[in-house]
Design a protein around this ligand. Structure first.
Ligand SMILES: Cc1cc2nc3c(=O)[nH]c(=O)nc-3n(C[C@H](O)[C@H](O)[C@H](O)COP(=O)(O)O)c2cc1C
Length: 97
């Protein structure tokens, strides 16, 4: 059985993108779906000084491990000011290895 991670590029507690990602992931046949919420992986405002002092945040590592352990992801993005939401960008930076 394929392990699918579904999440939204949004930190809205009523995220419509989270609803969409969850719905779509559950359309995948014979998949075990885990829905993640970026609100459960709080991260600091990121910067080089923070990284030098504290390293990569534990929540970013924990999130990346869940992604790595999956067979696929379903991600739906909220558009903020013409781009993807800042909360997702912080995750993408934090998850770099
Ligand atoms: C700070 C902010 C900026 C936004 N910027 C845009 C935008 O540039 N273009 C757009 O079409 N919608 C924009 N929106 C609307 C969101 O993309 C829209 O409400 C989306 O459905 C929110 O998804 P969510 O419920 O998953 O958070 C913005 C919303 C917020 C809160």
């Amino acid at each position: 059985m394929n392990k699918i991670i579904a999440f939204a590029g949004s930190n809205s507690k009523q995220s419509i993108n989270k609803q969409l990602a969850t719905y779509v992931a559950n359309l995948v046949e014979e998949a075990h779906v885990t829905v993640l919420d970026l609100n459960d992986f709080e991260l600091p405002l990121y910067g080089i000084d923070h990284e030098i002092t504290h390293g990569i945040p534990e929540n970013a590592k924990a999130f990346l491990e869940k992604i790595k352990a999956s067979d696929g992801i379903v991600l739906s993005l909220a558009e903020h000011n013409g781009a993807y939401a800042t909360v997702l960008k912080i995750f993408l930076i934090g998850c770099q290895e």
